[in-house]
Write a protein that binds this ligand. Structure first.
Ligand SMILES: [Mn+2]
Length: 369
């Protein structure tokens, strides 16, 4: 957040856009809410700040207090605000653009909320239909202001066709379709998109622009191992009075590198591998035939920032397979015995069997004692 504030100051940014998601759950932890509030007020000292709710955000929680905020902070979570433009002047007061923040449009809700009249049929149950209706409201507002679409910036939270996802975005498919076509956005000066974590522009050129005017900045941090190789940063967009447009990517330093280590434990715990990755966030997959003793502890001793340690024997031939059903008649002790065989790659001894039997019976009768 401090790096972003420094960029805003260094580049004399007029407007900071956060296109959702702000939080990764409907009820975020207090630390996250505090960080968000502090960051927004620091940024607002430098620039106008426009924030929209994503599909992970609870509109009510994110919007809480937005009416009390001071000028220069716009937190848009309510479908009733769709189509209400916010005119933002440059610092030198020579130029302005009209910003249209659209919160995440859940088709099941927006198809009723965004129809023209309450008596009308609801819109089609699709992202495409509700986004088109929202942009219709944007176009009407521009007409009232007598401004062309090329002087408007749209902020949307959606999966726009052509985007590449990762493991971190929650699926938003409705009726099997999760996307909106880029053609809806191509006439605007710029469309700032949220939802996908990888920075990317989506095809679609406008007029004399040689670059697409529809783009995801991506998330400022990596949220899963599938993002390990993504660049992380912010998009710096410059639009001049003639509608000429430039976009640059400004990288943000990440707290740690990320790595995936796969192999037998002796190959993972080598001096070279440890010295190279001991400060990284790592996902470790150990492939020894049997589960090494104290696996998690041994890995974390050398890789204190390991986020995931799993045992997946190479070949996996001893796995039970998904087709072997556990039925009522299966002896629970036999299931336990097979589990021990699976993770140790050795048959159980008579003593092991006795221990399992005693443990099971103690657990079963535990309630009676
Ligand atoms: Mn999202």
């Amino acid at each position: 957040m401090a790096q972003i504030e420094a960029i805003v100051i260094a580049e004399s940014v007029d407007c900071v856009i956060v296109a959702g998601d702000v939080f990764d759950r409907a009820v975020p932890p207090v630390e996250s809410v505090t960080l968000f509030n502090e960051t927004i007020s620091r940024l607002a000292a430098q620039a106008t700040v426009v924030v929209t709710a994503g599909n992970h955000d609870s509109a009510i929680r994110l919007g809480h207090g937005s009416k009390l905020l001071r000028d220069g902070i716009h937190i848009v979570t309510d479908l009733a605000d769709v189509g209400q433009g916010i005119e933002i002047m440059t610092r030198d007061k020579t130029q302005s653009l009209v910003f249209y923040p659209l919160p995440y449009l859940d088709p099941d809700h927006a198809r009723f909320a965004l129809r023209e009249c309450v008596d009308d049929e609801p819109l089609d149950r699709s992202h495409q239909a509700v986004m088109a209706a929202a942009l219709q409201k944007v176009t009407c507002d521009l007409r009232r202001r007598n401004r062309p679409q090329s002087e408007a910036v749209v902020i949307a939270h959606a999966f726009v066709t052509g985007g590449v996802g990762s493991e971190s975005e929650r699926d938003i498919a409705v009726g099997g379709v999760d996307s909106v076509s880029v053609e809806l956005f191509t006439e605007f000066a710029f469309t700032a998109l949220g939802h996908l974590h990888g920075p990317q522009e989506i095809g679609g050129r406008r007029g004399n622009s040689h670059r697409s005017t529809v783009a995801y900045s991506g998330s400022p941090l990596r949220y899963s191992f599938s993002e390990a190789s993504q660049r992380k940063g912010v998009a710096l967009v410059d639009i001049d009075a003639d509608g000429r447009y430039e976009r640059a990517f400004v990288a943000l330093d990440q707290p740690r590198a990320m790595a995936e280590l796969t192999g037998e434990i002796k190959d993972i715990l080598t001096e070279e591998s440890i010295s190279r990755h001991c400060n990284d966030w790592v996902r470790v997959t150990v492939t020894d035939p049997s589960r090494p003793a104290e696996l998690g502890q041994r890995i974390r001793e050398h890789f204190p920032h390991a986020l995931s340690v799993v045992h997946e024997p190479a070949g996996g031939s001893r796995s039970f397979g998904s087709s072997q059903a556990v039925i009522d008649l299966t002896d629970p002790v036999e299931i336990s015995r097979k589990f021990v065989v699976d993770v140790t790659a050795a048959e159980t001894t008579t003593r092991d069997d006795a221990v399992l039997r005693a443990a099971y019976e103690a657990a079963r009768h535990g309630g009676d004692r």
